[in-house]
Each structure stands twice: as structure tokens, then as C-alpha cells.
Design a protein around this ligand. Structure first.
Ligand code: 3PG
Length: 208
């Protein structure tokens, strides 16, 4: 996560769309991708996507986000998730992920939650919803007393220099990005090359 600096966050019920988006991200330089658990049959889509990804995007680490309970975390780990992301902080999810040696990134919105998450074994803490929680100023404030904390803000992050620079200046390890990275019209119209170009540009900004 820290190496590439960006974790795209995406869900679509249609498997073919998911494959195309994953491939566009891969072509754009992404190597860590968060599929979100947003639909009733999301786990079935993920299972298929993960099998396909092993052949077509072999260097991609494919994880699952929007997981809010231990049972669902366990299901996705069985289906091959490389990591689990959650918008919330739940000790029983930590147990499931730690016992399977799967990286787990819980959602936190305060220093106490961050500290507790680290006690529970979180290596990367997701600040969510990052913009509303306090933006880069919040990250700066956290990094003062806890300089060791690896932070991934998600929620409202945009693929522009103006938006990304303050996050990285504040010391985030990487950013999570969903809606702004995946314009609805490009997805609907299947403009995968254009999508890959946007992702590549976002990666270039992040690397800078
Ligand atoms: C998430 O799924 O974690 C976030 O909702 C993604 O947020 P964004 O669409 O604002 O980037």
C-alpha cells in the first residue's frame, strides 16, 4: 500500500465491469485494489473476480472493503481476499484477520480509536470518512503523538494535485479513492482506456 500510495475502492454488481475496471487500474499502475462488499451477492462477484485476477492481473493484491463483521471477514478470507478493510473498528474482526495473518485496516475517526486499532494489531489505519473527520489537518495532529501510525484516508479523496498533496504532506502512507477515480459515465460507457489513463495520471500525482 505504501509503495504504490493509492488503493482504488470499487464495487459493481456486474462481473464483466469489475474485470474491466480492475484491468484498467492494473494498466494504470495500481497493485493494491479494494473491492467493496456493497451488494447482497458481492461475495460471489468477488470470488469470480479473484480467480480471474490471479491469471490476468497477477501482481495485483486484491482485498475487500466495507466489511463490518467478523463472519463476513472470514467469508472473504476464504474466498481469497489479500486484506480486509472496514469503515468501523471491531475487535472480533481483528481476531479473525490476525489469526489468518491477513492485513486488516479498520475505520477510525479519533486518536483513541487509532490507538485501540493498533493495540488490536492494525498495521494500516483507515481514516473514515476522511474529509469529514478532519482532512489532512487531522492526520497532522495524529502524527504528532503517534508518528509510527500508518494512515490511509478514504472518503472524499480526489485525484488532483491540490487535493492529494496536503494528504501526503500531512504524512499519510497511502490514500483510498473511489467515486472521484471512477467517473460514472466512463464506467457506464465502457471507456476503459480513458479510465486507465485517469488512473495512471492519479498514480503519477501520488508518486510525486
Ligand atoms: C469507501 O468505500 O471507503 C468510500 O466510500 C470511498 O469514498 P469516495 O467514493 O469518497 O472516494
Amino acid at each position: 500500500m505504501a509503495e504504490t500510495g493509492m488503493v482504488p475502492v470499487f464495487y459493481n454488481a456486474d462481473l464483466a465491469t469489475c474485470k474491466n475496471v480492475l484491468k484498467a487500474c492494473y494498466d494504470g499502475g495500481v497493485r493494491v485494489f479494494e473491492f467493496t462488499n456493497r451488494g447482497d451477492f458481492a461475495h460471489e462477484t468477488f470470488g469470480e473476480l479473484n480467480k480471474w485476477a490471479a491469471k490476468e492481473t497477477p501482481e495485483m493484491m486484491l482485498g475487500v472493503g466495507s466489511v463490518v463483521d467478523a463472519g463476513t471477514a472470514s467469508l472473504y478470507i476464504q474466498l481469497g481476499a489479500s486484506f480486509i478493510v472496514s469503515p468501523v473498528l471491531k475487535p472480533d474482526m481483528a481476531k479473525v484477520c490476525n489469526s489468518r495473518k491477513i492485513l486488516w485496516s479498520p475505520g477510525c475517526g479519533s486518536l483513541s480509536e487509532i490507538n485501540y486499532a493498533e493495540e488490536l494489531g492494525a498495521e494500516v489505519v483507515k481514516i473514515f470518512p476522511a474529509t469529514q473527520v478532519g482532512g489532512p489537518e487531522f492526520v497532522k495532529a495524529v502524527k504528532g503523538p503517534c508518528p509510527w501510525t500508518s494512515i490511509m484516508p478514504t472518503g472524499g479523496v480526489e485525484p488532483t494535485e491540490e487535493n492529494l498533496k496536503p494528504w501526503f504532506d500531512a504524512g499519510v502512507a497511502c490514500v483510498g479513492m473511489g467515486s472521484k477515480l471512477f467517473p460514472t459515465n466512463l464506467i457506464k460507457e465502457g471507456k476503459w482506456e480513458e479510465l486507465a489513463a485517469g488512473v495512471r495520471e492519479a498514480m503519477a500525482i501520488v508518486q510525486r
